[in-house]
Design a protein around this ligand. Structure first.
Ligand code: A2P
Length: 319
């Protein structure tokens, strides 16, 4: 493994239960993880911070060796709210700076004061008889310029975006004074996103793939069936047999070998180890192509679906 390899696999922190989160983060750092992918919306930044603090205090690594990302939630898109959101995230994580701060979704929602509810989530008034998901008319350009100010202040080293499509990325490049350093998108063998990744690379924007194992993340949320797993596909199983690796390692290796970073989540120590042990083998060109050909343009994380299903609000961001 070369020194940069370790930053190609980050620990995804979405859905890590608060009760186990500090321990998992600590253990992940202990076994070699150096990149952590956090967000206000995951509701566990205090515990993530506790895990980081323990690892640093035990001398396992320094703060400078870690790359810690967090994300601006939808309700903080107005320019006056962007710094408040970062301040809260830094306080919760117990950090003085972030390595990267990303716009979580290209969706602006009305402000919810931190004292009222945190994390604010998708619904504006969860206790009302007619609880609603609302949209606020704040442009992404306003939000981006506020993100630029955060980078200029030194509180974040890099800024970027998540869940943008090609059109939004092209537009962002037109108004950005500070260019985005990274784009985070759902990507796995059923959603290869080749055009968007090619576009990002042409702008020199690095790509991080979330849900790199595909459906698995969504089974527990009832947003996918176990039968939709990519791990049982012939192309994956064949490569796993040849290389004596697990199917998950093959899919994750495919993710990094195509030039992306990946952020698999696991609550299990053995799987955490498995997921970073993907740098002592490589897939052949044919194996890479066979896995890429599994593409179905199948998206599991689509606000156009889940907001309508869960919050009765149709607000698509992908066509
Ligand atoms: P677990 O936490 O029990 O390991 P995401 O796509 O959000 O990163 O989530 C990954 C999902 O896949 C989680 O449900 C996680 O469950 C599971 N998972 C993570 N690593 C592996 C692995 N190596 N093999 C099988 N399942 C995995």
């Amino acid at each position: 493994m070369d020194n940069n390899d370790i930053y190609k696999v980050g620990l995804g922190l979405w859905k890590l239960p608060e009760s186990e989160c500090a321990e998992i983060v600590y253990n992940a750092i202990k076994i070699g993880y150096r990149q952590l992918d956090s967000a206000c919306d995951y509701g566990n930044e205090v515990e993530v911070g506790q895990g980081i603090a323990r690892a640093i205090s035990e001398g396992i690594c320094t703060r400078e060796e870690l790359k810690i990302t967090s994300k601006l939630w939808n309700t903080f898109h107005a320019k006056e709210h962007v710094p408040l959101a970062l301040e809260k995230t830094l306080a919760d994580l117990g950090l003085t700076y972030l390595d990267a701060y990303l716009i979580h979704f290209p969706i602006a929602q009305p402000y919810v004061p931190i004292e009222t509810r945190y994390p604010p989530e998708w619904i504006f008034n969860p206790d009302a008889d007619t609880a609603e998901m609302l949209i606020e008319p704040v442009s992404l350009q306003e939000t981006w310029h506020a993100m630029e100010s955060l980078q200029e202040s030194g509180l974040v080293k890099e800024i970027g975006v998540c869940n943008y499509n090609s059109g939004l990325l092209n537009d962002l490049m037109a108004y950005a004074k500070i260019k985005p350093s990274q784009l985070q998108i759902e990507s796995h063998p059923y959603l290869t996103q080749e055009r968007l990744i090619k576009l990002a690379k042409s702008y020199n924007i690095s790509v991080t793939a979330f849900s790199p194992l595909g459906a698995l993340s969504y089974v527990e949320l009832d947003m996918a069936n176990q039968s939709e797993t990519v791990l049982e596909q012939d192309a994956v199983v064949k490569a796993a047999t040849r290389l004596n690796k697990t199917p998950a390692q093959i899919v994750l290796r495919w993710g990094v070998q195509r030039g992306c970073s990946i952020i698999p989540k696991s609550s299990n120590l053995n799987r955490l180890k498995e997921n970073i042990s993907i740098f002592d083998f490589s897939l052949s060109t044919e194996e890479m192509n066979d896995i890429s050909q599994l593409n179905l343009n199948k998206r599991f994380n689509d606000p156009g679906h889940f907001c309508e299903a869960a919050f009765n609000k149709f607000y698509p961001i992908y066509d």
